[in-house]
Structure formats: C-alpha cells, structure tokens
Design a protein around this ligand. Structure first.
Ligand SMILES: Nc1nc2c(ncn2[C@@H]2O[C@H](COP(=O)(O)OP(=O)(O)OP(=O)(O)O)[C@@H](O)[C@H]2O)c(=O)[nH]1
Ligand SMILES: [Mg+2]
Length: 443
C-alpha cells in the first residue's frame, strides 16, 4: 500500500534530517525504494530503471533537497510522472470515416478477449452504435459458443461459421462483409489467444490484419500476468501495429504495473480497463488512478464512483455532506458497511481506501465478511444515542451491547477502534473541497 512506500520514504528522509542537509545520495536511496515498489507492482525492470533515472533528474532540479517533506515531494514527482506517461495518446475509440469501423482484439490465451468483445459491444451500443461480433477463434472448441452466448445475453448479433469448413481469415473477412450489409457501425473481431513465439499463429494474425484492415487493433492485457504480458505486447505491436491496449482483471490484486510497462514499450495508449467478468465491467481508463494504484496509494476516486453506481445518488449526497461536516457516526458506519456489501468483497473496497488496505491486514481476526456481520450485530444492539456518541460508550454499556449482540467486550473495543480510524480518514477527506483534489492529502 501507499503507506509503505510513503512511510518508507518519509522514514529515509526523517532519519537524515537530524544530519541536516539532504544529498544526492539520499535521493538515490529514496529512488531505489521507488524502483523496488514499481517492480513489486509488476513494472518491467528496464522501464522501472529508465523511469527512476528520469525522476532523479526531475527531483534534483526541484526543491526536494531543501523541502521540509522530501518524502512526499518525491512521491508527488513520481506520481505526476507516472500519470504523464499513462496519459499520453488517444484514449478514445474513434471510429473510421468509412463504416463499419473494424476493431480486432488480439492477445495471449485467456487474457479476456472474448469477454472484452462483449463488453465493447455493450459499451458501443450505449453510445448509439450497432455492432456485429465476429467469432474468428476456431482453435478453442468452445470459443464460438462462448461468443454466441454473450451475444444472446446482450442481444448483439454474432457472426460465425462452421469451424470444420472455414479458417479465422475467412470468418473475419465474411464477418466484416456481413456487418457492411447489415449497416452496422462497428464490427468487433474476436481472435483466438496465441503466444508471440508461435510464428505460424502470429502470421495468421498478420494475414487477418492485412485482409480486414482494422481501424482499431487492441491488445488485451491481463493485469494479473504482469511482466510476461509486456514482452507479448511488444511483439504483437511489431507484428500487427496495435492502436491501443485494454487491461483486464484490474478487479484482482494486481497493482497494474504492466499497464505502465506495456504503454512505455509499445508507445500505445490504454483505452479501457476491465474490472469484472460481467459485460458491464468495462471502465474508461483514468491515468491518475492507475498511477495511484501502481504506487499502491489506494484508489479513492474509483471507490467514490463505484459507490455512486451502487448506492442511490441522494444517499451519496447526504453522506458527502456528513463527511464534509465530519459528523460521520456509527449509524453512517453501519450504512456504509451495508453499502459496501452491495459493492463487492470487503478486501477489495479496503484496498481502494488509502491506509485501509493495511488496516484490514493489521486487524486482529482479519476484517473479513464474518467480521462485518459481527459489526452489524454490534451496532444494531446500540441505542440511537450510543450510535451518535460512540465516545460515551463506557464499560457497562459495552457489556450490555456485547450481551445483546452475542459478542465480547473486546469485539466492541475493536469495532470502536476501527470506527475511530475511519472517522480519522473521513476527517482528512472532509478537509478536501474537491474529491478530485483528494490526492493533495498525500502531498
Ligand atoms: N475478474 C475478471 N475476470 C475477467 C475479466 N475479463 C475477463 N475475465 C475472465 O477471464 C477468463 C478468460 O476470459 P476470456 O474472455 O475467455 O479470455 P480470452 O482472451 O478470450 O481467452 P482465449 O480465447 O482462450 O484466448 C474468463 O473467466 C473471464 O470471465 C475482468 O476484467 N475481470
Ligand atoms: Mg476467447
């Protein structure tokens, strides 16, 4: 988590401050910490090395050496630089002037191409386009049915042929022709997974590319596969000239360093990210968020957005007001926990909150879903007065609540501590006028 990198950097600089001046060597030490953190986040080692070299120059030319908070300054520069790299290029899927616009998905096996094809079709339809999905993976027996099944689910037409009497090239060509006849505005060609060292299959992809001349060729990159995917992205780019990347499975634990490496190595922008297995699990790419994630800073903005999708808008506004006024009490805490349940697994949510990921891990008994049930029971056993004034819960109240909720006084203490921590974070949050400026909290 961010705390670790931030704390480590602050630690390095703090231990130096007693010595007085910070030197270039001290910056080197801090940057080697940054490099390690990038490697942990799956950033390719060459990319990390070059990146850190660029940062060093920036740091030396800035006021880091004389700053009172050099740790934060370094993080700030690193974050800005990461965001800068991730921002370059066009992140939209611009259609071609001649319809239908042809989009081809390529990548390693299991990266998420077929799922992403369906996600894109849904996304495009929401924007008023009509799509045709083309099943050009004839190698994996179930691939055609997988796309048909997704198509049925979304009510998007799918073009396929009998694999025994066709080839991926033929299917792709006929699919594009079909889309033109249908008057579709986009045609999305799903290709089979392949590894870059398989020359024959890579040639097949080049042939398809030459035949259908895609306007968008997107490499689907599994965030979980880390650095391996980076070499593949480069090779695919050399073979079929990618126009963009889609990073899938960002709902998992991976910090997403492969995004940085793949963008650096290919010079091609990330267009979208996949955040669930479901067809609506496709999100616009936000460079600053992925940069925060790579640094392990917690993805507060994503969390806010997710909460807004799951919880109704009015409730969010009320909550926001409470946060601003810092009157967040145990009733709100309970409501948040219940909302969190709607949003997904708790550890996922905790990871998105700065400081909370670590907190979750440090918590005795682990802050997991059963813990959550316990918390609900405890708060429900409190009186309304107690929920508004948790600081007044004394020993005898504690015993009564424990009895009422079938827990122990220790559980109550744990909860009250957790609540206090949350309140602290909320207060920091409340101080920011604009959620977009939340990053300032860390500067
Ligand atoms: N959690 C999560 N799972 C995903 C995401 N995208 C795809 N998956 C899952 O990853 C697995 C592989 O997805 P596919 O779409 O079949 O991958 P593919 O690249 O088409 O695979 P091949 O055609 O065999 O090369 C499936 O179980 C998907 O549900 C994502 O964004 N998040
Ligand atoms: Mg597939």
């Amino acid at each position: 988590m961010f705390d670790t990198l931030s704390e480590k950097l602050t630690g390095i600089f703090n231990s130096l401050s007693s010595r007085g001046r910070i030197t270039e060597k001290d910056i080197d030490e801090a940057l080697s910490q940054v490099r390690r953190s990038l490697l942990e986040a799956d950033v390719n080692f060459r990319v990390a090395r070059d990146f850190v070299a660029a940062i060093k120059e920036k740091a030396l030319n800035s006021d880091v050496l004389t700053s009172l908070t050099p740790g934060q300054q370094v993080i700030k520069i690193v974050h800005e630089e990461l965001t800068g790299i991730l921002t370059s290029g066009d992140h939209n899927l611009t259609p071609s002037s001649q319809l239908p616009s042809v989009l081809m998905l390529v990548g390693l096996q299991g990266a998420g191409k077929t799922t992403t094809a369906a996600k894109l079709a849904l996304h495009m339809r929401k924007q008023g386009h009509s799509c045709l999905l083309v099943a050009a993976d004839l190698k994996r027996p179930a691939a055609i049915e997988q796309l048909h099944s997704l198509g049925r689910q979304l009510d998007v037409p799918v073009y396929s042929e009998d694999p025994a009497n066709s080839t991926p090239l033929k299917v792709a060509l006929a699919g594009v022709k079909q889309a033109a006849q249908n008057g579709n505005t986009w045609v999305i060609v799903d290709t089979g997974g392949r590894i870059q060292i398989d020359d024959e299959l890579m040639q097949e992809l080049t042939d398809i590319r030459d035949a259908i001349n895609p306007h968008q060729t997107l490499f689907v990159l599994d965030a979980m596969t880390g650095q391996e995917a980076v070499n593949a992205a480069k090779e695919f780019h050399d073979r079929v000239q990618l126009s963009g990347l889609i990073m899938t499975k960002l709902d998992g634990d991976a910090r997403g360093g492969a995004a940085l490496s793949a963008t650096q190595v290919t010079g091609v922008p990330i267009k979208f990210v996949g955040v669930s297995e479901r067809p609506d699990g496709l999100e616009a790419f936000h460079p600053d968020r992925v940069a925060s994630r790579i640094l392990g800073m917690g993805d507060v903005l994503s969390l806010i957005e997710k909460a807004q999708q799951t919880v109704d808008e009015d409730q969010v506004k009320v909550m926001e007001k409470k946060l601003r006024q810092a009157t967040f009490d145990l009733d709100d805490f309970l409501q948040q926990i219940q909302n969190v349940k709607k949003m997904g697994s708790l550890s996922q949510i905790m990871d998105m909150l700065p400081g909370m990921g670590q907190m979750g891990k440090k918590m005795p008994g682990n802050f997991d879903d059963s813990q959550m049930k316990k918390i609900e029971a405890i708060i429900q056993s409190m009186t309304s007065y107690e929920r508004h004034h948790p600081e007044l819960i004394n020993g005898s109240r504690r015993r009564r609540i424990a009895m009422g909720s079938g827990t122990t006084a220790q559980d109550i203490n744990l909860l009250l501590n957790q609540f206090k921590q949350t309140q602290k974070i909320m207060r920091r949050f409340a101080k920011t006028k604009n959620p977009r400026a939340l990053m300032n909290m860390f500067k």
